[in-house]
Structures are given as C-alpha cells and as structure tokens.
Design a binder for this molecule. Sequence first.
Ligand code: HEC
Length: 128
Amino acid sequence: MKMTRKSLIKLLPLTFAAVVMSAPAAAGDAAAGKEIYDGRGACASCHGATGAGDGVVAAALNPKPTNFVIPAFRLDTDGDSTLGSDADLSNAIKNGTAQYGGNPAMPGRAFSDAEISDLVAYIHTLKQ
Ligand code: HEC
C-alpha cells in the first residue's frame, strides 16, 4: 500500500490508541497509600505501623498478618507461582485473604482501584 499523506493521517488515531492502551497501569501514590494504611484502612492495626506484622490485633491472629518489612509474602492470588506481585497484593486487599487459602481475619474491602494501587505502592516502600 502506498503511504499517502491521507492514509497516514487515518493511521494516527490508531497509533495513538495503541500507545495509550499499552502504557503500564499507573503506579500508585505511596503517600496516599500510607494515609489509608494508617487511617481509615486500619491496616496498621494488624500489619503494624512499620509493616512488621505486629499490630495490636496481631497477637490474636494465626496465621499472623503478613510482614511487609522482610517481606514475607505468602499468597499467590493470581496463580502465577510468584508471591508478592502487584496483582497478588491487589487481589488480597480487594477480596480478603480467605478465598486464597489465607486467614479469614483479613477482610476484603471496597477500595477503588486507585486506592488499591496506592496501598500496593506503600507496601513496597515498607520493605527494608
Ligand atoms: C484484622 C486484621 C487485618 C487487617 C485490618 C488487615 N489485614 Fe492484611 N492480612 C491479615 C492477615 C492475618 C494476613 C495473612 C493471611 C494469611 O497469610 O493467611 C494478611 C495478608 C495481607 C496481604 C497478603 C500478603 C501475602 O502474604 O501475600 C496483603 C497484601 C494485605 N494483608 C494488605 C492489607 C492492607 C493494605 C490492609 C488495610 C487496607 C490490611 N491488609 C488490613 C490481617 C489483616
């Protein structure tokens, strides 16, 4: 096919769509994630203020809340044989851990996708 100026112009929107659609999912905002973790998410009450799995509620739980500092991820929520991927963490936060064979004490929560990305980004910063 001969590339005329007109045919090139027709291709532009397609190229643009391909670029937009192949862009990686927007990375979460760790600072916003921390706000949820420490605040209304109450994640710290179980996972601990520093993410060491030692929140005030942790003593009563078995298995213990995951330690995000080491980190010691346990759940392969997307079945791809790796632990601690963004998808693994997102699924656990969204759906709770019981349905992945984990402790039913970790509840699923109605966060937006953006909030979940923010939480995942924050969890990554807890690693030391
Ligand atoms: C009531 C206590 C409790 C609260 C509140 C809680 N968690 Fe958990 N969470 C747990 C426990 C217990 C596990 C471990 C599940 C298992 O391995 O059996 C866990 C596991 C996880 C995992 C899976 C990690 C892995 O091992 O692969 C993620 C991610 C996670 N929690 C994030 C969060 C976030 C983010 C919040 C706040 C929105 C939160 N949790 C609130 C108790 C809690």
